[in-house]
Design a protein around this ligand. Sequence first.
Ligand code: GLN
Length: 192
Amino acid sequence: TLTIGVLALQGAFEAHAKALEALGVTAKLIRNPAELKDLDGLIIPGGESTTFLKFLERDGFLDVLQSFVEATPTFGTCAGAILLANHVENPTQKSLAVLDITVERNAYGRQIDSAILTAPTKLEGDPLEMVFIRAPRITHTGPGVETLAERDGFPVLVRQGHLLAATFHPELSADTRVHQLFLDLVQEHTKA
Ligand code: GLN
């Protein structure tokens, strides 16, 4: 069975671990750089990207994570997507810069900063419930990036090679299709 790490420094990691276990894989909470060894994939959860960066700047965690995400399937949700993005705006912020997208943080304004939408996506089956919490907006995608779901014409679920990113929180919905999509990507990568 696959072992998927969930970065557990801060934020919404428990619900991701539950979603993964419901799909029959081993979920491992990752709290230090040494624990990134021997994983088939990693989820960087939602939370506060600035706080993640603060934690990651200790013990050389950021450098180890950088090498990891360059080579191993990684799924970033919300703050995790911000960390993967090539460019971060509002304000400009350091990132792992492995995914060819530009994100604008907290892009939906204070009044409507959180929302639950259900919309058709490129995933098979019913429209997908998407929970947005102080979400970023993907304002640009490079040519290698495939958009799998949108909100108001902007991408909210994207894939580029071994990387997947969502600006919403799939771990807060009962629907497991987005986690399954990531596991399929991990499986493909493991076989290749
Ligand atoms: N607003 C957060 C940030 O900019 C992201 C919010 C989330 O992960 N739910 O990092």
